[in-house]
Structures are given as structure tokens and as C-alpha cells.
Design a protein around this ligand. Structure first.
Ligand code: C5P
Length: 245
């Protein structure tokens, strides 16, 4: 494994969107040896819980717990404390919860670190606008005026102000986020579709190569890998496209 392969594989986050640990485990087995990040979202976490996170950590994977916390600050602080104690490498909250709520997330993680020596601060990121949200939905249903990019950049700036480490956004907004928050501020990018792949419910999509070329730090990929007849080959092809970019 050369350096660029390992680096790019580590920037690929495979979304384990499965209803139980057994099916998620089968995919993890198919991808064995690929040093990618594993993303556990609400479907799997609600079904398989902390045990499955510990299982992934024991196998040596970096884990992104995609639970998108959005609640009153005190509750988010508690949630953050719990997931930090689990040893996840990354987790997220909704920026729409506001600066105080995001600060509470950070405080919860810091409290866990203070109690348990050896724990590492997780990368805490804020969801800006879901990659399934179109401008029309944002304006007419969510009730936010203006462009998606403006809202994403505003939320990213609030996340930075709160002390968080990055955001989830679409690759279409990566450059504007870097301009507003700096290159070090992490961008985690779902809505990745290799050329010709089914878009599904996502609306703001780009290919893996395009997303890397725009400066995205991490690419989240679910169905293009999980729904592929050959998930391992699909993952390897995506990593290859990332390296070429
Ligand atoms: O299957 P697909 O590649 O569309 O999966 C994208 C993954 O990224 C899903 O697990 C989804 O929950 C997650 N996600 C997203 N948009 C966000 C945050 C997370 O699609 N803004």
C-alpha cells in the first residue's frame, strides 16, 4: 500500500446504512484491508448500539458516528459526553441548533476527556444543509431565504465560532467554506456519485474526483458502494479516482 493509497482510503468514509450489525459486518468483511473510515448513522446505531462501534474500533477502523444531534444545549452536552466516552473519532451535530448548542457539544466532549485519561478529542462537525436539500426546499419549506451556499457558509462560520472542527456540506460549497473558515476547517462531503451512478434522494452531487479536486477533506459514500454487486471493487474504484484527482 503506497502513501497516496493509504491517505485517500483514509479520506473515504463508507456509510454503513444497514438495519442490523450482521449486514454491516458482512460489508466490513468484504472491505477488509481497505483502510477507510467507517460511518455509522442512525439506522445502524439505533439497532446495534455502542457494541458495534466498539467492534469497529477493535478492528482498527476510524469511526464517524453520524447521529446529527439537535436538541437543547444541556442534552447535546450529555450526548456528546456519551459518544466521546465511546471513543468515536468523529461525530456531528446540527448547526441549526445554534452557537450555544454547538459550544455545549464541545463542553460535553471536554468533560469526558477530563474524566477519562487516554481518550482523544473527537472531530466534532456541524451539519449545514443536508445534501438532499435543494434551494427550493430550503426557501419554501425550511423557511430560509437566499442561496444554499450562503446558508452553508453562515452555518460553517457559526460552527467555527463555537469551536467545532468542521462541517458536513456538499462539495459544491467546499471552496466558499474554505474561504470563510480556512483550509484547516474540515469538510465532510456526502452526495458523492461516480459518473453514471444512481443519484437517489441526493440533489447536490459531484463525482469523487470532482469533490477531491475542490478540496474536500472527507468523502462520505453509501449506496454507490453498499448497493454495488461488488462493493470492494466499487470502493477501490472510488479510491483510485480520488488518487487521480
Ligand atoms: O447512499 P449515499 O451515498 O447517498 O449516503 C450518504 C450518507 O451520508 C448517508 O448515510 C446520509 O445519512 C449521510 N449524510 C448525507 N447528507 C448530510 C449528512 C449525512 O447524505 N448532510
Amino acid at each position: 500500500m503506497n502513501a497516496s493509497y493509504t491517505e485517500m482510503a483514509g479520506r473515504l468514509m463508507v456509510a454503513l446504512d444497514y438495519p442490523d450489525a450482521e449486514r454491516a459486518r458482512a460489508l466490513v468483511q468484504q472491505l477488509e484491508g481497505i483502510p477507510c473510515y467507517m460511518k455509522v448513522g442512525m439506522q445502524l446505531f439505533y439497532a446495534a448500539g455502542p457494541d458495534f462501534i466498539k467492534e469497529l474500533k477493535a478492528k482498527g477502523y476510524s469511526v464517524f458516528l453520524d447521529v446529527k444531534m439537535h436538541d437543547i444545549p444541556n442534552t447535546v452536552k450529555g450526548g456528546s459526553h456519551s459518544v466521546t466516552r465511546l471513543g468515536v473519532d468523529m461525530y456531528n451535530v446540527h448547526a441549526a441548533g445554534g452557537v450555544q448548542m454547538m459550544q455545549a457539544a464541545l463542553a460535553g466532549a471536554e468533560a469526558a476527556l477530563a474524566e477519562t485519561p487516554g481518550l482523544v478529542m473527537p472531530t466534532i462537525i456541524a451539519v449545514t444543509q443536508l445534501t438532499s436539500t435543494s434551494q427550493k426546499t430550503m426557501n419554501n419549506e425550511i423557511g430560509i431565504n437566499g442561496t444554499v451556499e450562503d446558508t452553508v457558509v453562515r452555518y460553517a462560520s457559526l460552527a467555527k465560532e463555537a469551536g467545532l472542527h468542521g462541517v458536513v456540506a456538499s462539495s459544491l460549497e467546499v471552496k466558499a467554506i474554505a474561504q470563510a473558515c480556512g483550509q484547516e476547517f474540515k469538510t465532510v462531503i456526502p452526495g458523492i456519485r461516480p459518473a453514471g451512478a444512481d443519484v437517489g434522494d441526493q440533489t447536490r452531487v459531484l463525482t469523487p474526483g470532482e469533490a477531491i479536486a475542490k478540496g474536500s477533506h472527507y468523502l462520505v459514500v453509501g449506496r454507490p458502494i453498499t448497493a454495488s454487486p461488488d462493493p470492494r471493487q466499487a470502493a477501490e474504484q472510488i479510491i483510485e479516482e480520488m488518487i487521480q484527482a
